[in-house]
Design a binder for this molecule. Structure first.
Ligand SMILES: NC(=O)c1ccc[n+]([C@@H]2O[C@H](COP(=O)([O-])OP(=O)(O)OC[C@H]3O[C@@H](n4cnc5c(N)ncnc54)[C@H](OP(=O)(O)O)[C@@H]3O)[C@@H](O)[C@H]2O)c1
Length: 339
């Protein structure tokens, strides 16, 4: 019998980690928390009455102990450039499925590079199981509506400001330049131009920004040409002072509840057919916890695919139904008439 039925949340006391932990508690999942800051972890464990582990991310012995009876890890400790590799290796060693909420493309590439090891270890390895759960679901949905999908364009309208962790991580995205996928290869876009996307009632001009679909949605669909756009400038490019202490924690619960996130996508098939749809979802710092816990929940019910995966390659479009208050809406094209 498989006794490994538990979830571990590392980085549980961060801004997003706290919301993830609250969601796991609300769903009554069997989970424990972990992190490097003793006072914060003990206080949270006391408040929620759950077991805890205190260790730095480079402590392999502590990982071994913490993961011993676990089925899945959610790594919420970002910037992930500093934590993902060590946490992924710990999961590979322990045979525990790995999820994180990274928005950093380099950790997606890292997960991709560990595909063989993940298969040998029998684990599912997903970096980017936050925003990309609904993002990938949308792309997979549209990709089935055309014959031979050739071009994908995605616009992301973010609401709710940025947390400290997101500001710091956004530097790791901005430093990469404007990456796109062209004919199957990732390269810098020599002529980046903004594009207007429709999110239902609202049309928003979005700026070329690599969000990660060039890796994750490529994994999910194999579409060879992918460009991504964002409604805002990446926060690291706007702020002159990226000192940890000077950054705000993140939006309040009321601020998060006051708006919605939108993800709009269009796919062009080989015959020129264009299909469009969008996702209407809770704002970012509510959506990501709902999404990553939905994936963990699936794994706890033995629903996973071993190896490096994206949310879409593992779960397709159906998982969007697991995310509360999140809707996929097809945009009907005006019927063309030829006189
Ligand atoms: N794409 C998405 O869907 C999405 C949405 C939300 C957040 N995120 C990402 O999630 C990450 C966390 O954001 P946040 O808002 O929760 O930030 P935060 O409030 O600053 O929390 C970061 C957490 O990570 C821990 N941590 C940071 N560096 C660490 C290290 N080297 N070793 C061990 N623990 C470390 C911190 O521990 P201490 O408290 O001990 O410092 C804290 O618990 C960011 O990278 C952000 O981009 C992604």
């Amino acid at each position: 019998m498989n006794n490994k039925r538990k979830l571990l949340i590392y980085g549980a006391t961060g801004y997003t980690g706290k919301i993830i932990t609250a969601r796991a508690k609300a769903l009554n999942l069997d989970f424990e928390i972990a992190g490097r800051s003793e006072d914060k972890i003990k206080a949270m464990a006391r408040e929620l009455n759950i077991p805890y582990h205190i260790f730095t991310v480079d402590d392999s012995k502590a990982w071994e102990r913490a993961l011993t009876d676990k089925q899945v890890l959610i790594n919420a400790a970002g910037p992930f450039l500093l934590t993902a590799e060590l946490a992924m290796n710990a999961c590979l060693d322990a045979g525990v499925h790995y999820l994180d909420i990274s928005a950093e493309l380099d950790t997606y590439r890292l997960a991709e590079s560990l595909d063989d090891k993940a298969r040998v270890a029998g684990i599912q390895l997903i970096s980017g199981a936050g925003l990309f759960v609904s993002y990938d679901a949308l792309v997979v949905h549209l990709s089935k509506l055309v014959v031979k999908p050739e071009y994908l364009k995605v616009g992301f309208r973010h609401y709710g400001g940025f947390s400290r962790g997101s500001v710091l991580s956004s530097k790791n995205i901005a430093d990469l330049g404007i990456l796109i996928r062209k004919n199957g290869e990732i390269l810098n876009n020599p002529h980046p131009r903004s594009k207007v996307f429709s999110f239902g009632e609202e049309a928003v001009e979005c700026m070329p920004t690599p969000l990660g679909g060039i890796i994750l949605s490529y994994k999910a669909t194999g579409i060879p040409n992918i460009e991504e756009f964002f409604s805002l400038k990446l926060p690291a490019t706007e702020l002159s002072d990226l000192t940890n202490e000077n950054l705000p924690d993140g939006p309040t619960k009321e601020e998060r509840a006051a708006g919605r996130n939108g993800i709009a996508a269009e796919i062009t098939g080989k015959d020129g057919t264009v299909v469009k749809a969008y996702v209407d979802a809770p704002s970012g710092y509510d959506l990501t916890p709902l999404s990553v816990v939905a994936v963990a929940h699936r794994i706890l019910n033995n629903d996973f695919k071993i190896g490096y995966q994206s949310p879409g390659s593992a779960y397709g479009e159906e998982i969007i139904k697991d995310i509360p208050d999140t809707h996929l809406i097809d945009i009907r094209q005006p019927t063309q008439t030829f006189l």
